[in-house]
Each structure stands twice: as C-alpha cells, then as structure tokens.
Design a protein around this ligand. Structure first.
Ligand code: BGC
Length: 252
C-alpha cells in the first residue's frame, strides 16, 4: 500500500485524508478545517500544515487548488483571495510542511481520480468531469490524458451576463433556494452549451451535491452519457494524493 496525504482546498473548507494511492481509497477519516478568512496564502498554508500535523504525516502531499495552476504556481483564485495570483504555491507549501508537494487545479485532480478509480475507468475518447460546489470546476481527459485548467465555470451562457458558475453552481442553488427542478433546468442549459462547444462522449458530475444526483440529473437532456461521480466529494483528495504519489504525473 502506498499512502500519501491528499488535501482539497475549497471555498468553505480545507479537507485532508491519508489515501491508499494504489486502490484509490481514503484510509483515514476526512479532517476538515473551515477555510480561513481572508484566505490569503499565509493563512491557507498554515491550515494545510495543521492538517498534515493532525495526521503526523511526512511524505508526498497532493493539493487540489480552486484556481489555475501552472507548474505549481497559482494564477487565479476567484473564490479564494487575490494574493494567490502568480503565487509559487507548490514551493511555499513544500517549505512550510517539509514535504514533497504537488499542487494542481482541484477539478483536474478530482477528474484524475474519477478516470483512474471511478466513473471514468475504461472510458475512451473525450470525457469531461465537472465539480459542482462553491464554483464549477472542470477537467477534460482525451484518451486518459488531462487537458488542464479548463475553467468552464467562467464561460457565459447565451443571453447571460455573468459567469455560468454564478448561475449554476451548488452555491447558487443554496443561496437562491432553488428547487431541484429549477436548478436542474439551469444545469440543463449549462450542459447543453458545454456539449455544443466540446461534444464529449461522457460527462461525470461530482462535488458534494453529486450524492443527490438522482434529484437533478434527470433534467439534463444531452446526447452525451452523463453520470454521477463514483468518488463523490472524495475525488479531489484521492486524486491529489494519487497524483503526488505518482510524482506529479496526472495523466493516466
Ligand atoms: C475556479 C476553478 C475551480 C472551480 C472549482 C472556479 O471558480 O476558477 O479553477 O476549479 O472554481 O473550485
């Protein structure tokens, strides 16, 4: 068993667990700390290290981050804090934790976990994975190779004047107190547009709300096969840990 620590930085909570990276399973309970406010790099990194210390862990650490990540440097953080813009996250987290650290976009690592261990196992061609939470995360795999940093939460739907995630994320559902049907209809509009742009063969829908997929997936009328994530909200942690254990190779 090869164990690594996976950490998922989210808009409302920072969560971590030790993961069996061969089997794609958490081997401890998830430990969650609310995201500090303001979520500056210093405050978030201190929280990441607190999670590591909770597990008394030294070794490879994988971190899913809710923004663009290129070569370990964060380039956006819409739902986090502007100080993350062009911030050497991988280097700084490694310094604070004394561990080997991999930082990737949260949806990319969640997608990696679903492709390797979950609903995308054995999928061929083009698969897109969406995480519905505070924002909308998106990753795409072409024959099991990741196309990173897609940022599909920020497309504009025809006739709308704001980012799609402001209208279709799980946060929008909660804040606007939408019924499953109302929200499902918004998702239908969103996924029809995504299908028109990318024509994926398979769409996997993840994020915490995916445990309720039977309540909203039925409103989505597209040609692509659309299924709930198998790893539900654990995909980010599992994928980050598995990517770190693989030395950063998040292509399959
Ligand atoms: C960010 C993405 C992230 C997604 C889910 C969006 O607002 O721009 O990078 O993957 O939220 O956290």
């Amino acid at each position: 068993m090869k164990v690594a620590l996976g950490i998922d930085i989210g808009g409302s909570g920072i969560k971590g667990a030790l993961v069996d990276t061969k089997r794609g399973m958490m081997v401890t309970d998830r430990y969650r700390i609310p995201t500090p406010r303001p979520a500056t790099p210093d405050a978030v990194i201190a929280t990441v290290d607190k999670i590591r210390r909770h597990f008394k862990y030294k070794g490879a650490v994988g971190v899913g981050f809710p923004g663009i990540v290129i070569d370990g440097v964060t380039h956006s953080a819409v739902n986090i804090h502007p100080e993350w813009y062009k911030f050497p996250a991988e280097k700084e987290i490694a310094k604070a934790t004394g561990c080997d650290v991999l930082v990737r976009n949260d949806a990319d690592v969640a997608g990696f976990a679903e492709m390797r261990f979950g609903a995308g196992k054995r999928a061929k061609g083009e698969t897109m994975i969406f995480t519905l939470g505070t924002g909308i995360g998106c990753s795409m795999f072409i024959n099991n190779v990741c196309v990173p940093n897609l940022e599909m939460g920020h497309v504009y739907l025809p006739g709308h004047k704001k980012d799609a995630e402001r209208y279709t994320s799980d946060r929008a559902r909660k804040e606007e107190k939408l019924s499953w049907k109302e929200w499902g209809n918004r998702l239908n509009e969103y996924f029809q547009h995504i299908e028109f742009l990318f024509s994926p063969q398979l769409i996997i829908v993840g994020g915490g709300v995916s445990k309720n997929s039977n309540k909203f997936l039925k409103y989505i009328k597209i040609n692509a096969k659309i299924v709930p994530a198998k790893l539900l909200n654990e995909a980010g942690i599992i994928g980050a840990a598995a990517g770190a254990a693989a030395g950063g190779d998040c292509s399959l």
